[in-house]
Design a binder for this molecule. Structure first.
Ligand SMILES: *[C@@H]1O[C@H](CO)[C@@H](O)[C@H](O)[C@H]1NC(C)=O
Ligand SMILES: *[C@@H]1O[C@H](CO)[C@@H](O)[C@H](O)[C@H]1NC(C)=O
Ligand SMILES: *[C@@H]1O[C@H](CO)[C@@H](O)[C@H](O)[C@H]1NC(C)=O
Ligand SMILES: *[C@@H]1O[C@H](CO)[C@@H](O)[C@H](O)[C@H]1NC(C)=O
Ligand SMILES: *[C@@H]1O[C@H](CO)[C@@H](O)[C@H](O)[C@H]1NC(C)=O
Ligand SMILES: *[C@@H]1O[C@H](CO)[C@@H](O)[C@H](O)[C@H]1NC(C)=O
Ligand SMILES: *[C@@H]1O[C@H](CO)[C@@H](O)[C@H](O)[C@H]1NC(C)=O
Ligand SMILES: *[C@@H]1O[C@H](CO)[C@@H](O)[C@H](O)[C@H]1NC(C)=O
Ligand SMILES: *[C@@H]1O[C@H](CO)[C@@H](O)[C@H](O)[C@H]1NC(C)=O
Ligand SMILES: *[C@@H]1O[C@H](CO)[C@@H](O)[C@H](O)[C@H]1NC(C)=O
Length: 584
């Protein structure tokens, strides 16, 4: 600039100097010129001066630069004159500097500017007119500053702006006309501020807003008509409002949302009345709210809802007809809740469901869940199939001497986490609650202490959860004799039972299922798989029909059990009770 000022006075002696300058700019090494310390890509008209400790705009930025990256430097302010020559700029990145002052008209010469980032600076206030004349700007990022208030008319010239980020500021107030003029805005994110309200009037200028994300705010209530005039809004996210407890029945009025997400708040029930007007809603996320009960018909007006997410809400009860009215529901995610059961009644009139996630719930296995098994072919469990699967199916055969400690490993995976128990050769059930010599360790390993000859035989590991069961076999030979005799015993054990060279899973399984009747009737299983219960019913019917001749219409059976329809934690305490059944 100084050269230009002296140019008129004495051109003569300057000529060779000018010529020299011209040579430099024309020489191939510096074809476009590039500021010292910066990197330039001439072809893309890009200049990057990222992280160069610059405290002022560097000299020598080519005038036709389109993309200028000045992020991560030490710039403190932006004045009108600084950017005056670079009117071709389309993208300007000033993020992560120390800018605390913006002059009015600071950017007004950049009429081609499309993207401006001022993220991570020290701005406390955006003066009126700072963004004046930026009518081509489509993206503006002001997040991570210290802005306390957004003044009226701050953005009024930004009629092309589509994306505005004002998150992570110290905003306590958004003036009513702050967003005036943002007629093109499609996306707005306001997050991590101390805002205690977002007034409906300030939002009312955003006629074309499509997505509004309001995160990490201290707002405690959604008042009536909070979003009126946002008729084009399709997605609303309300996330991390720890104080939100009240959603007024008319707060969402005027909206025509496709998706709504209200998560990490303190609301304790589904805001049924507020949702009433959202007939075009297809996805609803109410995860991470303390909603313990999903009430009957809670979502009745959401006739087009396809996805409902209620993850980790501590949900314990899904009332009958809870999904009543949801004619198009396809996906229901109830992962990580406190559900002990889920009755088919909740799904009355819902046949469209395709995916159901129930993992991470303390489901009890009883007849109330039987319908899930019946519908398993039509329901997909989103990769979290509830059916257990025992890992490492290698047959374990152990020979031991009396007094030794023996353990058999049985690990299973499945959702919900399968309960593992073992059946001894005497058909006794061994669980983690069993005390005595035979017990099951928490991860499923069967441990037999002070092994005795009578412990010899085939042990069956059963892994079961709401989706089904898996079985697995292990054999033990205990000998009171010296070790070499034990070796003999190892070989001959199967003689009367199964031929071990011939042993294969199918055979063993067939044998096992034949024995199931004995297992069920003689061993008091608290909460064996509900399929087992059903099978038990069949056996009863079978026995009954056969015994009909002798006993006419009176049949009783003694069946001792622990707990049939309690929670999964089949309580071992209390001992077995006797149960008399009459069939007429
Ligand atoms: C910028 O906006 C003006 C009108 O406001 C328009 O004439 C011009 O074409 C725009 N430039 C670009 C690059 O979009
Ligand atoms: C919110 O206000 C509290 C004091 O009232 C302050 O400690 C906190 O840093 C503020 N948070 C933000 C994001 O401004
Ligand atoms: C959420 O609600 C519970 C019970 O209503 C209350 O004890 C708790 O303080 C609330 N949490 C917040 C952050 O307001
Ligand atoms: C609401 O949005 C849907 C698309 O999601 C559209 O088909 C419908 O016409 C809109 N209704 C109104 C009243 O704008
Ligand atoms: C639902 O909201 C939670 C919390 O914000 C989020 O982690 C999750 O991804 C959302 N689920 C869907 C399907 O958008
Ligand atoms: C359901 O929620 C769980 C837990 O957040 C998540 O891992 C899973 O991806 C979700 N499934 C669907 C289909 O949204
Ligand atoms: C028992 O027999 C199996 C194979 O038949 C063998 O692997 C195992 O080592 C034997 N046990 C003892 C104590 O010899
Ligand atoms: C086991 O079966 C094999 C052939 O499959 C036979 O040779 C062997 O004698 C049988 N062993 C016993 C103990 O039955
Ligand atoms: C198990 O035995 C059955 C019947 O003998 C046979 O059809 C099947 O192929 C065998 N499976 C294996 C894995 O050997
Ligand atoms: C285990 O499940 C299978 C089918 O999945 C069933 O036939 C069998 O009876 C079940 N066994 C028990 C002990 O529940």
């Amino acid at each position: 600039m100084a050269t230009r000022a002296s140019l008129g006075q004495d051109v003569g002696w300057l000529l060779p100097f000018l010529f020299f300058l011209l040579m430099i700019t024309v020489s191939p090494a510096q074809s476009q010129g590039c500021p010292q310390r910066c990197e330039c890509i001439a072809k893309l008209k890009t200049v990057s001066c990222y992280g160069k400790r610059l405290s002022a705009l560097p000299d020598g930025i080519p005038l036709d630069t389109k993309i200028l990256d000045l992020s991560g430097n030490k710039l403190r302010w932006v004045e009108h004159g600084d950017l005056l020559p670079y009117s071709r700029l389309e993208k300007l990145d000033l993020s992560e500097n120390m800018i605390s002052v913006l002059e009015p008209n600071a950017f007004s010469s950049l009429q081609n500017l499309k993207s401006l980032s001022l993220r991570g600076n020290q701005l406390k206030l955006v003066p009126m007119g700072a963004f004046s004349r930026l009518s081509n700007l489509t993206s503006l990022d002001l997040s991570g500053n210290k802005i306390v208030i957004l003044l009226d008319f701050t953005f009024q010239d930004l009629r092309s702006l589509k994306n505005l980020e004002v998150g992570d500021n110290d905003l306590v107030y958004i003036s009513n006309k702050a967003f005036l003029g943002l007629v093109g805005l499609k996306e707005l994110t306001i997050e991590r501020c101390n805002l205690t309200s977002v007034s409906s009037q300030s939002l009312s200028y955003l006629h074309n807003l499509v997505t509004l994300r309001l995160r990490y705010l201290s707002i405690s209530a959604l008042e009536d008509q909070n979003f009126r005039k946002l008729g084009n809004l399709r997605g609303l996210e309300i996330d991390h409002w720890p104080f939100l407890e009240y959603i007024s029945p008319h707060s969402l009025q005027g909206l025509n949302l496709s998706w709504l997400s209200i998560t990490h708040t303190n609301i304790t029930s589904v805001p049924t009345s507020a949702l009433r007007s959202l007939a075009h809603l297809t996805s609803l996320n109410l995860s991470y709210n303390p909603i313990t009960v999903l009430e009957s018909w809670a979502l009745r007006d959401l006739v087009r809802l396809k996805e409902l997410h209620l993850v980790k809400t501590n949900l314990a009860v899904v009332q009958p007809y809870a999904l009543g009215g949801l004619r198009q529901i396809r996906l229901l995610n109830l992962s990580s809740n406190s559900l002990v059961t889920l009755e088919e009644g909740a799904f009355q009139s819902v046949n469209t469901l395709e995916t159901l996630r129930l993992d991470g719930n303390p489901l009890a296995c009883d007849c109330r869940l039987l319908w899930i098994l019946q519908r398993r072919k039509t329901l997909n469990f989103d990769g979290a199939s509830p059916k257990p699967k025992i890992r490492n199916r290698k047959l374990q055969q152990i020979s031991a001497r009396e007094g030794q400690v023996v353990s058999f490993i049985c690990r299973a995976e499945g959702e919900p986490t399968p309960v593992i128990f073992w059946i001894s050769p005497q058909r006794r059930r061994i669980t983690t609650k069993s005390s005595g010599r035979l017990t099951v360790l928490p991860e499923g390993t069967l441990e037999i202490r002070y092994a005795q000859v009578t412990d010899s035989g085939t042990y069956i590991c059963i892994a079961s959860n709401a989706g089904g069961n898996d079985t697995y076999f292990a054999t033990l030979t205990v000998s009171g004799l010296p070790l070499d005799a034990a070796l003999m015993a190892n070989r001959t054990y199967y003689a009367g039972d199964l031929n071990d060279t011939n042993l294969n899973d199918t055979r063993v399984f067939l044998k096992f299922t034949l024995d199931l009747k004995t297992i069920l009737i003689s061993t008091a299983m608290g909460c064996i798989m509900f399929l087992g219960v059903v099978l038990f019913c069949f056996i009863l019917l079978f026995v009954w029909s056969r015994g009909r001749g002798q006993h006419k219409n009176n049949f009783s059976v003694e069946y001792s059990f622990r707990k049939v329809d309690g929670p999964a934690a089949s309580g071992g305490q209390g001992g077995a009770r006797k149960f008399n059944m009459k069939m007429i």
